[in-house]
Design a protein around this ligand. Structure first.
Ligand code: SAH
Length: 454
């Protein structure tokens, strides 16, 4: 691909764009190697102890960054990698508040130290003198909750991501609300140590029936020196699936065993956008999980029929239940490997009016980008073959390390090789309750292209 198409500094295999790199759905843009779950077994350290609620939140040390490495942090980038640090004045314990300063000692920001992570300091406040105490976390949480209210996502019967890590200036904290229950996912030791204060603030702001801890991202948690088993931290767990409403649909969400924190909230608006084009079409939803796209296309979109495929029997059981619950009798759910199934459909000469591809993260590290792009190419190439003329392709990528440009370039190659015109109608991202900080573009991961294939 021509270099000019890429964002500067984001070439596959190149080093971090800033002095830091990490996190979110974190599907993927973390420090290189950070997602390796297959390294030598190390004994996880004991869980971080909760900080007392009346913790003053003042620094115990000053971390000085190397000359010429301070700029991203003045620009509010929240991750300070070990390699950016010149020296530390003081001896902070993991989880302590520290100040970040230039190599000459000028204040830049205030954050939290973790010597067990390559991401040594996570920054939370950029004004001098602000204590990182309970009122500080409460104020951040109130701001995040108010944003969801402004987005119209405060219907108690619905679901929303209330806190999206860096996008809400709370690096390492994800909170999803499903009806009256909250699912918390921690990806930083900094936030884990403040869990009591965070839960107090969440209870005050949202009054949930229960708060559950979900360790969906164990790879990263290990890298932060965290070992956090799933558990109920406040109130009670739901005694079965939680039912949430989205428009005219209801979804059963498994909060204790489901993927992610239970449901793919990030695809909410993309499901609706796809459904708008599904009328009277035969739809294929590959990688359907609990049937989000399939059922929305069948019911809201009035598709003629939908074939939904996922490799996980638990996922297809959820998809079947969600289709039945919403009265979508024309949805067929299959448990199968998507790669094999798409090939068999193609070999059988089957045709569809819409194909939806929402695969799991293919690129687990920046080194794996080329391999991931080959996998995207392969399924998109077959999907185009399955589409009748004028069919709609809904193709997604949740690999943070595969850039939007790379993904579009892949689609361009599919158009060339297939000889079909692919006209992109919409280039979409994650739903707005998943804000991305402009200071931390590593938080952007989801691409969803809707295209007409001639
Ligand atoms: N579209 C879904 C989310 C999909 S997440 C929604 O909107 O809710 C990706 C899904 O791919 C997961 O459910 C996972 O079980 C499934 N998956 C992963 N590898 C697969 C494979 N090789 N074949 C089929 N499904 C697979």
């Amino acid at each position: 691909m021509p270099d000019g198409r890429r964002r500067p500094g984001r070439k596959p295999g190149s080093g971090p764009r800033h002095d830091a790199k990490d996190n979110r759905r974190p599907r993927d843009s973390r420090p290189e190697g950070s997602r390796r779950d297959d390294g030598p077994a190390v004994e996880p350290p004991p869980p971080p102890t909760a900080r007392p609620i009346d913790e003053p939140g003042l620094p115990t040390a000053t971390v000085l960054v190397k000359a010429k490495r301070a700029r991203p942090f003045f620009g509010r980038h929240p991750w300070v990698l070990d390699t950016a640090i010149e020296r530390v004045e003081g001896t902070p314990a993991d989880g302590d508040v520290v100040d970040l300063a230039t190599h000459e000692g000028r204040f830049i920001a205030r954050g939290i130290w973790n010597a067990s992570s390559r991401l040594r300091v996570r920054l939370y406040a950029f004004d001098a003198g602000v204590p990182l105490d309970a009122p500080f976390w409460r104020s951040r949480i109130e701001t995040a909750v108010a944003l969801r209210r402004a987005l119209g996502l405060d219907d108690r019967a619905g679901a929303a991501r209330l806190i999206n890590s860096e996008g809400d200036d709370l690096s390492g904290l994800i909170v999803d609300r499903y009806g009256d229950h909250l699912a918390v996912q921690l990806t930083s030791l900094a936030m884990a140590g403040r869990l009591d204060a965070i839960c107090d603030a969440l209870e005050e702001a949202v009054k949930p029936a229960g708060i559950l801890l979900r360790g969906a991202d164990r790879g990263l948690s290990k890298l932060e020196g965290l070992h956090l088993p799933d558990r109920v931290i406040r109130g009670t767990a739901p005694d079965g699936p939680v039912f949430i409403r989205e428009g005219n649909l209801s979804w059963g969400v498994d909060l204790t065993e489901g993927q992610k924190t239970g449901f793919y909230l990030d695809q909410r608006e993309n499901r609706r956008a796809a459904a708008l084009l599904a009328r009277d079409r035969r739809v294929l939803d590959l990688f359907c999980y609990s049937g989000g796209f399939a059922v929305t296309c069948a019911v809201t979109g009035a598709a003629r029929s939908v074939l939904a495929v996922d490799g996980s029997p638990k996922a297809t059981a959820l998809a079947r239940a969600n289709a039945d619950f919403n009265g979508a009798a024309n949805v067929t759910v299959e448990t199968a490997d998507a790669f094999a199934r798409i090939d068999s459909l193609s070999a059988a000469g089957e045709k569809f009016g819409m194909v939806i591809l929402d695969p799991p993260k293919f690129a687990r590290s920046r080194g794996a980008i080329d391999e991931a792009l080959r996998a995207y190419h392969r399924i998109n190439r077959v999907a185009v073959d399955l589409l009748e003329p004028g069919g709609i392709l809904v193709t997604c990528s949740c690999s943070g390390s595969v850039s939007r440009d790379d993904f579009l370039e892949m689609l361009s190659t599919v158009a060339q090789r297939s000889g079909r015109q692919i006209a992109m109608l919409e280039c979409r991202g994650a739903a707005p309750d998943h804000p991305v900080s402009a200071s931390c573009l590593e938080g952007e991961y989801l691409k969803c292209i809707i295209a007409r294939v001639a």
